[in-house]
Design a binder for this molecule. Sequence first.
Ligand code: BES
Ligand code: MN
Length: 460
Amino acid sequence: MQVVLDYLKRNQARFVAELCEFLRFPSVSAQPQHKQDLRACADWLANHCRQIGLDAKVCPTDGHPIVVAKTPLAVTKRSEGGKPHYMVYGHYDVQPPEPLDLWKSPPFEPRIAGQSLFARGSTDNKGQHFAHLKAVEAYLKTGSPLPCDLTFVIEGEEEVGSANLAKFLKLHRRELACDAVVVSDTGMPDADHPALTYALRGIIAFEITVRGPSRDLHSGIFGGAVDNPAMALSQLLGKLRDKNGRVAIPGFYNDVAPLTAYERREFSRLPTNDAELRKLIGVPKLFGERGFTPMEQRSARPTFEINGLTSGYQGEGSKTIVPAWARAKITCRLVPNQNPARIRKVVCDYIRKICPPSVRLEIEAGHGAEAYLVSPKSAQAQAALRALRQAFQREPVLLREGGSIPIVNDFKKVLGVDTLLLGLGLPEDNAHSPNEKFDLDCFENGQRMSALLWRELSRA
Ligand code: BES
Ligand code: MN
């Protein structure tokens, strides 16, 4: 093991340079104009996997390609059987970088300042799964025997709901059969607290459009006798949350699994501070569902969020119109027991019910995924905690987190295995925000954690 850890230490500068190459691809899965960039990024990644000694292929899908890379048979003697097999999952696609003017340096021109590497996709998720690739490189390049077989599955559609990977899993369930999936695509509360995340929220996405006049109208000539779609949509949305921060949709909370006393106690032990949180995100005051702490609100309670709101004239100066339409992009975060299809129906039915007859309503459904919850007490979870402890030289914490990784439910349903969520992101990494960064200490600790993990897991 020491030769593996020494190899990692010696090669940090090169690893960072390689990660910068990976970050230069604008692999924005949501934007059709980047289709070729995703393809090029997948090709680069597969080539890189081959360079470090893995057998890699780029698998086309109806959407963006999936990269599958395995430790070679010769190294792990998989054919002899008996060795455990783990999958490492990650995603090379990234969120849109807009608004561009808020970036201090261009999102796809990686910049290092101190221990921070700035670029879209640095923490979410290229840097995080790259740490696992560097750990396996260390085994392969030092001729150290791996105690297990590894398959990397790095997809290009996580940020748009992973629909094609779900199909791919079902088609290749035998090839991908494994003992557990390992994912570094979550966070830690701060640099001193490595974390095992044992729950994620689910999600449903949709767009609401309300249409009024057949074209933008002169607001002086027609305004007053025609409903304004922007106002109608605002009023409709305004009815969907009450002053106590609760979603005001009948039935929305029906199946929500309540927090246990044990969980609430564990939450209160986490190293978080509301005043610091408020400052980090730059709001005058925190706001959330009454009766729950910000930590609980962010990870164990469901939400209704407007992600985008568009209508009328957006250019400079004024334009006196009644806009023809208004649109909102919406996601709801879901918690254990909430069924995405049922919540989608409850929400859409209510919106249809309260929409006034003066506008036409269209609802377009997007992606959806259930929440995830797994025992942090399993032998595999304990092995992961040992690897975190040794790599970070700190006591790890157990987390429930609010983000979503849609495919983890399919790993359970299709492959029958748990996912170990071992995140390397920090709250100040600006995931999905301008000036996203990855901490280079987290990168290095993550590589060590990965190297140690295969030993600990294979013992478990
Ligand atoms: N890495 C995140 C998920 C995450 C972030 C989990 C922080 C826990 C803590 C992932 O890349 C992500 O952003 N997922 C999307 C999924 C959605 C678009 C279907 C999300 O949560 O918004
Ligand atoms: Mn993300």
